[in-house]
Write a protein of this length. Sequence first.
Length: 234
Amino acid sequence: MVKKIKITENGPYEVSPDIPLVQSIIVIDEQGTSLSWRTGKKYPEQAKPYHLCRCGRSENKPYCDGSHAKAAGPMAKKFDGTEVAAHDRDELNTRIYEGPELTLIDEENLCASLRFCDRAPRIWNAVQHSDKEGWKQIAIEESCDCASGRLTVIDKEGNAYEPKLDQEIGLVQDTAAECRGPLWVKGGITVEGADGRQYKIRNRMTLCRCGESKNMPFCDASHRVSRNMRGLDE
Ligand code: FES
């Protein structure tokens, strides 16, 4: 059976039971710079499809507790999870940066602001100087750590450098910002929209779980200012 994440209309993600769920924790230095990933807690295996909160309001995160169907306050509305993102690559928001040994494909609208690309000398700079000793490797590392898949580096033959990722969902723990991040969907899992159409399969992608993205179903870094996402998962 195909491993799949099914987006339900104005409701949670319905996840195939054979997709593992873990915490993906950002390892930082003393300045809070994102350095690498560490796997934390592994959640119990499920016998049936399970439902992960997409609205950010659940009291039982990361799982859905039905709060999406309730108004959150006197003036509040029920969760509106309307999908607006392109199902394939959005060429309008893609920039290409050519360097001597590498090319960077930058799909800015997918950014989840996890900040691995900010590690000096920053990926844009590293690509521009990819013929300098060590800089090519830095550019490759920073793109492979980019959970959202915003950043991809390719060689001059057009081959992408991609990390080997097992198929699983990582609950991103943004340690420097002290908040929960998106769902990191790893290893090319199928994501199906509420209308039954599939999104482009990617090795790395991040799905919104704060309920406030302007690029649903993808993360747009809104979790960093969302009250729903303060603190880390237990
Ligand atoms: S999607 Fe159901 S509680 Fe958030």
